[in-house]
Design a protein around this ligand. Structure first.
Ligand code: LLP
Length: 427
């Protein structure tokens, strides 16, 4: 993509030389291009908006929870899918419109529900038990809470089984057979107003047909609900659009392909039913994945049964390859136009065999000190990082036009120990 270029043999992101960024901020280092996020958002909003003017994009904040990203999406007038009290609080502190937040989750605590009531945000309710608890919390506060139910569409989707969320067997959502009764009960609740439908079928989906089938499920439900007297203010079809991690071979649907698959079904459905709800989507990955690279320095090269390039970032900073066998393109950032010559496995510093960022990749001949860029790490990258092996997390830099700045400083050894407490008997 256009924000990644090669200048003087070095990879640049948003025009910023990665070798210079690594020198200025140290490695490992996440670097995010704000303009790319804005472009990704615009493409999706335009594609959907071309069909219908009542669309709303809610950024799935779990993909990347830095406050700077919340602020970008606030500036774009996006809302957010928030899945925890933390995400809700960050969204509000970044100035996002509470009316455009949906508090999601299959296991909300009493404190979560109380916070949702207090902040006046809409809630995606995932069970009847939760509905009753939320009603009680709203009643105690003397407020009415607008809700959607998360419906389980019982759809098989082509993705990694750990991130397919709409299977009949998955933990999310209310089964189709119970959903009408759930809305009926919600209508009868003193302090609940059911106003939406929420659905999400999974993540990293590289075909549009599953989204079309999902839309059919929610439209069928909308028809039943409007007969039942539910006034639908929004239909939220979740996120899930995949990105081409295999940059050479994956064919990811464009936002236009996605819109072309779902919008005609949506429009025909609502026209037929005679309603005009907002259409909400909740993308995470497709908005932010390709905006970000992870820069990591080679500590050493080892010739063994294969050739390992041992780098300073591992699954502490990018768990996707270890957790889902995910593929990320890697580039020799300081030798970006040198021809591929040798096969390398890029190995992290963590004390586990599975700590490999990339396997068997043809790259230019590498030596200690060279800089590797792991691409498409803006979604579920830093967000899933940890301090495993007592490794402080890296810094995150954001660039916009000619400017570059930290959006999170690197953690220090002191940051590791700060929350720890000495047991009294060890004084
Ligand atoms: N809405 C809901 C209710 C979700 O559960 C998710 C993702 C999204 C929206 C955003 O989906 P996206 O557009 O990003 O596909 N850590 C995994 C992905 C987990 C996704 C969880 N839910 C990974 O690294 O692949």
């Amino acid at each position: 993509p256009s924000h990644l270029t090669v200048r003087n043999g070095r990879l640049a992101i948003g025009g910023h030389d990665t070798v210079e960024l690594a020198k200025a901020y140290g490695t490992p280092l996440y670097v995010t291009d704000e303009d790319r996020i804005r472009e990704n958002y615009r493409r999706l909003a335009d594609a959907l908006g071309g069909y219908y003017d009542r669309i709303q994009v809610l950024y799935a904040a779990k993909a990347n929870g830095n406050l700077a990203l919340f602020r970008i999406f606030a500036d774009l007038n996006a809302g957010a899918d928030v899945f925890s009290a933390g995400e809700l609080s960050l969204a509000l502190s970044a100035g996002m419109n509470p009316g455009l937040l949906l508090f999601n989750g299959s296991s909300k605590s009493a404190a979560d529900l109380a916070l949702a009531v207090e902040k006046g945000v809409r809630v995606s309710v995932d069970s009847l038990d939760e509905l009753r608890q939320l009603n009680a919390a709203a009643e105690a506060a003397g407020k009415t809470v607008e809700i959607a139910f998360r419906v389980n569409p019982a759809l098989e989707v082509p993705t990694h089984p750990k991130i397919a969320t709409g299977l009949a067997t998955s933990k999310f959502g209310i089964p189709a057979g119970q959903i009408l009764d759930a809305y009926r009960e919600a209508l009868a609740c003193s302090n609940i107003e059911p106003v939406g439908i929420h659905c999400h079928i999974g993540s990293q989906i590289l075909e549009v047909e599953p989204f079309a089938r999902e839309m059919e499920v929610v439209i069928d439900l909308a028809r039943e609900l409007s007969k039942m007297g539910v006034t639908l203010k929004f239909i939220d079809i979740g996120g899930g659009l995949g990105v081409p991690y295999h940059r050479e071979t994956d064919h990811a649907p464009t936002p236009q392909d996605y819109a072309d698959a779902v919008m005609p079904i949506f429009l025909a459905g609502i026209r037929d039913i005679g309603i005009q709800p907002e259409l909400w989507v909740e993308p995470g990955r497709s908005l932010v994945a390709d905006s970000t690279i992870l820069l990591t320095r080679i500590n050493s090269i080892k010739e063994a049964h294969k050739t390992f390039a041992n780098v300073d970032a591992g699954f502490n900073l990018l768990v996707r390859p270890a957790m889902y066998d995910s593929y990320h393109t890697v580039v020799a950032a300081n030798k970006a136009d040198a021809p591929p010559e040798r096969e390398y496995t890029i190995a992290g510093p963590i004390c586990e065999t599975g700590d490999l960022l990339a396997k068997d990749r043809m790259l230019p001949t590498l030596t200690a000190g060279d800089l590797i860029a792991v691409l498409d790490t803006g979604a579920y990258g830093f967000a899933m990082s940890s301090q495993y092996n007592s490794r402080p997390r890296s810094a995150e830099v954001i660039v916009r036009g000619s400017e570059a700045t930290l959006m999170r400083r690197a953690e220090s050894i002191d940051d590791l120990t700060a929350p720890m407490q000495r047991p009294a008997w060890q004084q």
